[in-house]
Design a protein around this ligand. Structure first.
Ligand code: OGA
Ligand code: NI
Length: 324
């Protein structure tokens, strides 16, 4: 275990007012300097995390033609994307060979039948999910995990508001109908030498407000760029890695950093070098306008960023990442 990433104890934050504020201060310090946290005692049942691993591993083990039954596309983040279709370094204007990862992803499982959601769907948000017919219980487990992540993200945004000197509920109406996506990143064992500059996931920052990543505690590879050096984020069993995305940097006018990260190739080969991780990319409501928070603007100071909606931001970045 390395001590680069500060550990945040959510059970402590939930235990009383003064603890809540003390954890919020810890979060503020961590997000100013690193932009990555490890959240422990979050309450998401370990059994669900284990089931996610099991069914998702079984899905990626299916023959390619079965996986292609749920082939997704670059616009919707729904379904299966085979290896080497995307290069996240493109979002930084860097040309690399495609990333050595295959993906499966979903969005909000049960879209409410009301005019607001109807309009959002007409604009291309909340597309229908695609479900494989096997493994058994795949859909049920993924939907349940999506629900847990949505609640955890909402709770973290309230802690973030407190950490930023705002009312706890400041973000509530900006993140209560989120366009978040849940991905599984499968990094198959290396079978041939990567091309020069080709790694599992190229350097990038995440696009949204925050990312909750559950990673295998056996095979690492996630690295963050801090003070000019790539530092490993070693898995802590049962924890979530939480990192700030671009919209949080925009909201805070760079008081908090959207830290550059990547997934490096394994140093071992063979079956043991396979890695699976589950990033849940929290995105605010598609129509939330992201502009500097009142507590992050010096008197007479100006915003470094133009106002953007959460929806425009994620669509732009996603399109560039598939330009391989
Ligand atoms: C990502 C990412 C890290 C990982 O998908 O944005 O940074 O460990 N993934 O899979
Ligand atoms: Ni990322």
């Amino acid at each position: 275990m390395n001590n680069t990433v500060p550990i945040i104890d959510l059970a402590r934050a939930r235990s009383g007012d003064s603890e809540y504020h003390s954890v919020a201060r810890q979060i503020d310090a961590a997000n100013q300097h690193i932009g990555f946290l490890a959240v422990v005692n979050h309450g998401v049942p370990q059994a669900l995390l284990d089931e996610m691993y099991e069914v998702t591993t079984a899905f990626f083990d299916l023959p390619e033609e079965k996986k292609l039954d749920v082939l997704g596309n670059r616009h919707t983040s729904r379904g299966y994307i085979p290896p080497k279709q995307r290069a996240l370094a493109r979002t930084r204007g860097i040309r690399t060979p495609a990333d050595l990862v295959e993906l499966f992803s979903i969005g909000l499982p049960c879209v409410p039948d009301d005019p607001w959601f109807q309009r959002a769907q007409d604009l291309g948000y909340f597309a229908a999910n695609q479900w494989p017919s096997t493994p058994a219980r795949f859909q049920e487990i993924w939907e349940s995990y999506f629900g847990e992540m949505t609640s955890l993200a909402f709770e973290l945004m309230q802690l973030f508001a407190t950490a930023l000197g705002l009312d706890k509920h400041w973000f509530d109406d900006k993140v209560d109908r989120p366009i978040s996506n849940l991905f599984a990143n499968h990094y198959p064992p290396l079978t041939s030498e990567p091309e020069p500059g080709q790694i599992r996931v190229g350097e990038h920052t995440d696009y949204g407000s925050l990312t909750l990543l559950y990673q295998s505690d056996t095979v690492g590879g996630l690295e963050v760029f801090l003070d000019g050096t790539w530092c490993p984020v070693d898995p802590i069993p049962g924890s979530f890695v939480v990192n700030i995305g671009d919209l949080m940097a925009r909201w805070t006018n760079d008081r908090w950093i959207s830290t550059l990260h990547r997934v490096q190739n394994p140093t071992i080969s063979g079956a043991a070098s396979r890695r699976i991780s589950f990033p849940f990319f929290c995105q605010p409501n598609y129509d939330a306008a992201i502009e500097t928070l009142p507590t992050c603007l010096e008197p007479g100071g100006s915003s470094r960023y133009a106002t953007i909606t959460a929806g425009m931001n994620v669509s732009g970045k996603t399109n560039v990442s598939f330009d391989v």
